[in-house]
Design a protein around this ligand. Structure first.
Ligand code: NDP
Ligand code: 8X3
Length: 248
C-alpha cells in the first residue's frame, strides 16, 4: 500500500484528492491548519486510511514536529501533493497590500520548496512522485493576478527544474495547472466574501475539486516509466483574456 502526503487537505482540491486517493487504495497523510476539518476527514475515510497532521506549512518547526510523530504505517511517503496555497486580493499591483503578497510567496513558494526539500531524500529512496499545484495563472497573466501568478509560475518552473535534477532517480514530477475550480479559493481571496465567490462561479459551470482530484489520481496511477510534465485544465466555459490597449 502506498502513502501520499497531501498539503491543504482541509478543503477543495486537497480534500477531494485525499478522498480519491483513499478510494483507489492509497494511505493519505492529510495536512492543513484546521484540525477539526482533518478530524472530519479521518472520520469520513477511516483512521486506517487517513492520518491527520495539522500544521501551518509556513511554520517549519511545527511541520517537522508533526511529521516526526507520523505513525509507522504513514511514515513512508511515496507521493507528495504540494497543494496548500492561496491567492489574496485581486487589486492591481499599485494598490495591493504588501503583507498579502508576502503571505502568498511564503505559502505558495517558500513553504512548498521547503517541504519538497525535506522529503526529497525519502522520495528518491522510494522512487516516488511529486505533484505540484500550479495554475493557469502561471502561464496567462490577468489583471490583479500579479504576485499570485508569479508564485504559480515559480511552481511550474520549479517542477520542470526538479524533473531535470531528478533524472535517473525514478522520481516523477508533475505540475498541475487548473483554471477555474469552485472551492474555498475565492472566499479566501476576497477575505471571506461568499457572495463574490458565488457571483464568480454563477453560470460558469466551473471545474470541481473532484475533477482535479481525479486528474491527480490518474497521474499517480500511471506506469512508473511515464511522467506527465505539465497538465493544464480549464472548464469549457473559460478561455483566454484578450490583450488590452490603454489609449491616450
Ligand atoms: P481552498 O481554499 O479550498 O484550499 C486551500 C487549502 O490550502 C486549504 O486546505 C488550506 O488549509 C490550505 N492552506 C492554505 N494556507 C495554508 C497554510 N499556511 N498552511 C497549511 N495549509 C494551508 O483552495 P483550492 O482547493 O482551490 O486550492 C488548492 C490549490 O490549488 C492552491 O495551491 C491553489 O492556488 C491551486 N489552484 C486553485 C484553483 C482554483 O480555481 N480554485 C485553480 C488553480 C490552482 P487551512 O486553511 O486549513 O490551513
Ligand atoms: C486559480 C485560477 O484563474 O483564478 O489559480 O487564477 S485563476
Amino acid at each position: 500500500m502506498k502513502t501520499a502526503l497531501v498539503t491543504g487537505a482541509t478543503s477543495g482540491i486537497g480534500a477531494d484528492t485525499a478522498r480519491a486517493l483513499v478510494k483507489a487504495g492509497w494511505r493519505v497523510v492529510a495536512t492543513g491548519r484546521r484540525a477539526d476539518r482533518l478530524a472530519d476527514l479521518v472520520k469520513e475515510l477511516g483512521a486506517d486510511n487517513v492520518h491527520a497532521c495539522a500544521f501551518d506549512v509556513c511554520d517549519e518547526a511545527a511541520r517537522d514536529e508533526a511529521l516526526a510523530l507520523l505513525p509507522a504505517d504513514f511514515a513512508g511517503i511515496d507521493c507528495l501533493v504540494n497543494n496548500a496555497g492561496l491567492a489574496l486580493g485581486t487589486s492591481p499591483a499599485q494598490e495591493s497590500d504588501l503583507a498579502q503578497w508576502k503571505t502568498m510567496i511564503d505559502t505558495n513558494v517558500t513553504a512548498l520548496v521547503s517541504l519538497t526539500h525535506k522529503l526529497l531524500p525519502m522520495l528518491i529512496a522510494r522512487k516516488g512522485l511529486i505533484v505540484n499545484l500550479a495554475s493557469v495563472a502561471a502561464t496567462y497573466p490577468y489583471t490583479g493576478g500579479n504576485v499570485y501568478g508569479g508564485t504559480k509560475a515559480f511552481v511550474r518552473q520549479f517542477s520542470l527544474g526538479l524533473r531535470s535534477d531528478l533524472a535517473g532517480t525514478g522520481v516523477r514530477v508533475t505540475s498541475i495547472e487548473p483554471g477555474m475550480v469552485e472551492t474555498e479559493f475565492t472566499v479566501v481571496r476576497t477575505g471571506g466574501n461568499q457572495q463574490a465567490s458565488d457571483d464568480l462561479y454563477q453560470g460558469a459551470n466551473p471545474m470541481t475539486g473532484a475533477d482535479i482530484a481525479e486528474t491527480i489520481l490518474w497521474v499517480a496511477s500511471l506506469p512508473a516509466h511515464l511522467n506527465i510534465n505539465t497538465l493544464e485544465l480549464m472548464p469549457v466555459s473559460q478561455s483566454f483574456a484578450g490583450f488590452r490597449v490603454a489609449r491616450e
